[in-house]
Write a protein that binds this ligand. Structure first.
Ligand code: SF4
Length: 347
């Protein structure tokens, strides 16, 4: 068996930051500590924190008044922030800055009286949070067919935004359809699909012609992990989304197979290592690492935690945005929760 290990794979900068936030919050404030939604969409990560006394809630009313509450990496709507404020909760915002950037774009388009068409997945935490920024002026499309059903007040004042974890190809197909229907539609200056999602998809696409099957480490509710499996299936290769090596069915594999292994942005490296060890031990697999691109992006902890940990602004300014794609993204030159927006449709 040959393993092609796609790279980049696994944790992105937003997931690293969100997990660091929760670790730091446990250290500072103790447990129980509350998190609105799963901190990241990974079953093993969430179960690990739950065992340590973290309580994941879907409803603000489930958090006792005055307690600490973290917002997950996927972000929340203003209404959730309002409810938390009303309960006098001490909130810590672990929203990925690249999700916050899309929120800000939604706010700015809505303030300029655009109808904002959000391309995303219905019910996904990130989509719910972003749509909540301007619920009366935003609508959701999931597919090319959905575009024909959209109703807008003024076809000349329409904008689109996307969830950060979509398939790049699917999103482009939907955007093309939107441009056909609304020729004057405007969009973000740069792609909203984040550097990590794009890099993981590109790495799979580069290796897929050589693979017989694909194993994607990630949880069922992880959007970007599902997209990796879909890319493999669209290329005609069987793909399996698994939380860990124990879920591998021996019927999927044989000793002559070339297996592409990758991991979604919320899957810990430990499960990737376990998976490789399992395949080496049981199938004599040899691992070939094929890095496509390097990532060096890091996001700073939110201000609430920096204040309580005494991290100076000098230290926080060491945060780097040096990933090749991220460096070209305007968010890189702006602070947390602050990003520029263009009303030109330039993609
Ligand atoms: S996948 Fe992208 S948007 Fe989501 S947390 Fe990671 S870096 Fe942020």
């Amino acid at each position: 068996m040959k393993i092609l290990l796609a790279s980049p794979h696994g944790f992105c900068a937003g997931v690293v930051m969100a997990i660091e936030c929760l670790e730091k919050a446990i250290e500072l404030y103790g447990t129980p500590i509350f998190v609105f939604h799963e901190i990241v969409h990974n079953k093993l990560v969430v179960e690990g924190f739950r065992r340590r006394g973290v309580v994941f809630v879907e409803n603000i009313d489930d958090v006792p008044e005055g307690n600490h509450l973290l917002y997950s990496a996927h972000g929340v709507s203003p209404e959730i922030r309002r409810q938390a404020h009303a309960r006098r909760l001490k909130t810590i915002d672990a929203t990925c800055p690249l999700v916050s950037k899309v929120h800000l774009e939604a706010v700015r388009f809505a303030a300029a009286e655009y109808t904002v068409i959000f391309i995303g997945h219905d019910g996904h935490d990130e989509a719910v949070g972003t749509l909540g920024e301007a619920p009366k002026q935003m609508c959701l499309v999931e597919t090319v067919d959905d575009v024909d059903r959209v109703e807008v007040d003024d076809p000349k004042k329409v904008a689109y935004l996307t969830q950060t974890t979509l398939s790049v190809d699917d999103a482009n197909r939907i955007i093309e359809q939107l441009k056909q229907r609304f020729p004057q539609i405007v969009g973000p200056h740069k792609q909203d699909i984040c550097y990590a999602t794009q890099n993981r998809q590109d790495a799979v696409k580069a290796l897929i012609p050589e693979a017989d099957i694909v194993l994607v480490l990630g949880s069922r509710n992880s959007s970007n992990s599902n997209r990796l499996a879909e890319i493999a299936e669209e290329a005609g290769k069987p793909a399996y989304l698994i939380d860990n090596a124990q879920e591998i069915d021996p019927d999927w594999l044989n000793s002559d197979a070339t297996v592409l292994v990758t991991a979604g942005a919320s899957a810990p490296e430990a499960v990737v290592v376990d998976c490789l060890e399992h395949l080496k031990k049981n199938y004599g697999a040899v691992v070939e690492r094929r890095p496509l691109r390097e990532e060096h992006a890091r996001f700073q902890l939110p201000v609430e935690l920096r204040r309580d940990t005494g991290i100076s602004s000098n230290e926080s300014s060491k945060t780097r945005f040096t990933d090749e794609r991220l460096a070209n993204n305007p968010i890189g030159s702006f602070g947390r929760n602050e990003a520029p927006i263009s009303t030109r449709s330039d993609r």
